[in-house]
Ligand binder design. Structure first.
Ligand SMILES: Nc1nc2c(ncn2[C@@H]2O[C@H](COP(=O)(O)OP(=O)(O)OP(=O)(O)O)[C@@H](O)[C@H]2O)c(=O)[nH]1
Ligand SMILES: [Mg+2]
Length: 185
């Protein structure tokens, strides 16, 4: 018997083509594909997680990065418990764009803080890399101010070889459990 059970809605956010769907599929153990099929609207996956006597259902909303979806995206984010904000490590960071993403998260009415994992994906493309770990750390520090009381952590991932992907969701689940069971300090 589980002492507590939760259902957490997690949104995968970030610009078109950064690798949101690839990250979701690798996390769901569905494998990596090289060909690009952009997401239309949203694709949803569910995964059950156990942490001792706590059970959590993760409902992952993999959103289209396409700007065309900007307006409906806001309504899809209703009820969000956590977010994965993905950037492409082969493209220079645009802080203003990241701030807009965080503002969109903040705009969603929420009772609890919404932890955000800032994820620099495609780190297997070493020769094309534009985002260093130092950049990422600095940006994460700046973004924390925009987020207020919601925790933010940065990660480096590759959907191609799977590096870092479980760490992202593991951190997020731990944060959400802490926040929602009232044990955050
Ligand atoms: N080398 C490499 N390619 C990646 C990685 N992640 C994704 N890709 C490729 O990048 C392209 C876009 O990936 P998607 O996962 O569809 O991107 P998305 O963010 O879901 O894009 P939208 O649905 O349009 O918002 C695809 O061709 C993937 O194969 C990665 O970690 N490394
Ligand atoms: Mg997609």
């Amino acid at each position: 018997m589980f002492q507590q059970s939760f259902s957490f809605k997690v949104c995968l956010l970030g610009d078109q083509g950064v690798g949101k769907t690839s990250i979701r599929k690798v996390y769901m153990e569905e494998g990596f594909k090289n060909n690009y099929m952009k997401t239309i609207g949203v694709e949803i996956s569910k995964k059950n997680i156990e942490r001792g006597d706590i059970q959590a259902e993760l409902v992952i909303w993999d959103m289209a990065g396409d700007v065309e979806f900007r307006n409906i995206r806001q309504s899809y984010m209703s009820g969000i418990s956590g977010a994965v904000l993905v950037i492409d490590s082969t493209t220079e960071i645009n802080i203003q764009t990241l701030i807009w993403w965080l503002e969109d998260i903040n705009k969603v009415p929420h009772e609890y803080p919404i932890p955000v994992a800032l994820v620099a994906n495609k780190i297997d493309l070493v020769d094309l890399r534009k985002v260093t770990e130092t950049n990422l750390e600095g940006v994460a520090y700046l973004l924390k101010e925009t987020l207020g009381d919601s925790p933010l952590e940065y990660f480096e991932t590759s959907a191609l070889n799977g590096q870092g992907i479980n760490d992202v969701f593991s951190w997020l689940v731990n944060e959400m459990i802490e926040i929602h069971s009232g044990n955050d300090h």
